[in-house]
Design a protein around this ligand. Structure first.
Ligand SMILES: NC(=O)c1ccc[n+]([C@@H]2O[C@H](COP(=O)([O-])OP(=O)(O)OC[C@H]3O[C@@H](n4cnc5c(N)ncnc54)[C@H](O)[C@@H]3O)[C@@H](O)[C@H]2O)c1
Length: 387
């Protein structure tokens, strides 16, 4: 399979409409046209325009198993916000309350109108008391037939970008994947791919899936894991740690409702605990989103502290502050997970993909050290490892 020389006859498939599809492309269904979706699409345009001449920066793989950023295309998109539903996707990406940094203003005409999704628990009650330009505003349109849209548009990989705590909504879209054979890339912390029951359904239907909860390209999780592991490997006894995060996007606003945070805290905390040779007592590890600071917009600031004891019990402390633009940071790993899902589909492999999930997700079905996960991903891409 090569994306370089154009499609071969066997790479052309028909979808429900009878139209021909170029199977060397990867057809995406976007669920939640928020900041992460906007950053990913703008980033794809950035790399498309860079072309082959310049060595692309900011990617772990430019060519992954023959697939390049320009091979990703959008089949359909769902949202529930009245400023996005019914709008062309290229406009919806810039509609409020999206507030991520601008990467590429002139998005192409995708020919995709954002469809009304199924709301369920997508909007937390407290979100209604914030100004419209900062929060979600539900549309009154009737929901589209999700399965019919997925089939009609030839979607292959669904990107789930729903708000933290929308358990029912995520389950509804995951069910649609199972019904239609679309792969799920679950970027948020409702446990589907890492849940045995859901995972076995994806495996039984031979549908590749990756989840849950994106571990950003260089975000607080991978940084915290790496430093904690270093402390432990150098013989430091870890005593306490915290990771406090602030931001001013709708993700942080939504997370002010602590009752929606259960799986997010678990996902972030386990990601750090699992990097240690020995678990720390839960009471000594405090990790989570900490506050909403409106003027930060999509800038996320992470404050990290680690306390330990070194040689002869002498104390050692580390304080670190990292500032990143939150949403493009997720695009840097999602772009690889999408292409691994496509490789699995080409190879007729179904169920959770353990290597790329461990590398790109905070709460994968199986946690691996990041260096081992990386080696396994390379083997998977080369076809030496099944999943
Ligand atoms: N680096 C990162 O940004 C990062 C990392 C890890 C996980 N995540 C997770 O990814 C998810 C998406 O993040 P984001 O910043 O794009 O969020 P966002 O708030 O910008 O976007 C969420 C979108 O979902 C829409 N929505 C809400 N309910 C819906 C429903 N039922 N059906 C369809 N659409 C619905 C909203 O209108 C909005 O457009 C969040 O859960 C976040 O925690 C993000």
């Amino acid at each position: 399979m090569s994306a370089k020389g154009g499609p071969q006859f066997w790479q052309i498939a028909r979808c429900d409409t009878g139209q021909q599809r170029d199977m060397s492309k990867i057809r995406l269904a976007i669920v939640g046209v928020g900041n992460c979706a906007s950053s990913l699409l703008q980033g794809l345009e950035y790399y498309r325009h860079l072309g082959e001449q310049t060595r692309p920066v900011g990617l772990m793989h430019y060519d992954l198993g023959g697939y390049r950023p320009s091979d990703l295309e959008v089949a359909c998109a769902f949202d529930i916000d009245r400023r996005k539903v019914g709008r062309p996707l290229e406009e919806a990406c810039f509609a409020p309350p999206n507030n991520t940094a601008l990467i590429w203003r002139d998005l192409p005409r995708y020919g995709v109108t954002v469809q009304m999704g199924e709301l369920h628990d997508g909007i937390a009650p407290h979100m209604c008391s914030y100004p419209a330009d900062r929060t979600f505003v539900p549309s009154s349109a009737s929901p589209a037939d999700i399965e019919a849209v997925l089939r009609k548009t030839g979607a292959e990989v669904m990107l789930c970008y729903l708000p933290v705590g929308s358990q029912k909504a995520v389950e509804r879209y995951a069910r649609a994947c199972l019904e239609t054979g679309v792969s799920l890339l679950n970027c948020m912390p409702v446990f589907i791919v890492s849940d045995e029951k859901w995972a076995s359904e994806f495996a039984a239907r031979q549908i590749p899936a990756v989840g849950d909860d994106v571990k950003s390209q260089l975000g607080s999780t991978i940084l915290h894991r790496t430093i904690m592991k270093l402390f432990a490997e150098r013989g430091i006894r870890l005593k306490h740690t915290y990771q406090l995060n602030t931001g001013g996007n709708t993700d942080f606003l939504n997370m002010l409702d602590r009752s929606r945070l259960g799986t997010k805290r678990k996902s972030k905390t386990e990601a750090v605990q699992s990097a240690l040779p020995e678990r720390m007592p839960d009471v000594d590890v405090h990790i989570g989103p900490s506050d909403y600071v409106a003027w930060q917009n999509d800038n996320k600031v992470c404050f990290l502290r680690i306390e330990g004891e070194g040689f002869a019990g002498i104390p050692i402390e580390l304080e670190l502050r990292m500032s990143v633009e939150d949403s493009p940071n997720s695009g840097g790993v999602v772009i690889d997970a999408i292409r691994c899902l496509k490789l699995a589909r080409d190879r007729k492999i179904g169920g959770p993909l353990y290597s790329i999930a461990a590398y790109t997700m905070k709460h994968p079905p199986v946690q691996l050290a990041d260096s081992i996960a990386r080696e396994r991903v390379e083997k998977f891409i080369a076809g030496e490892l099944e999943r």
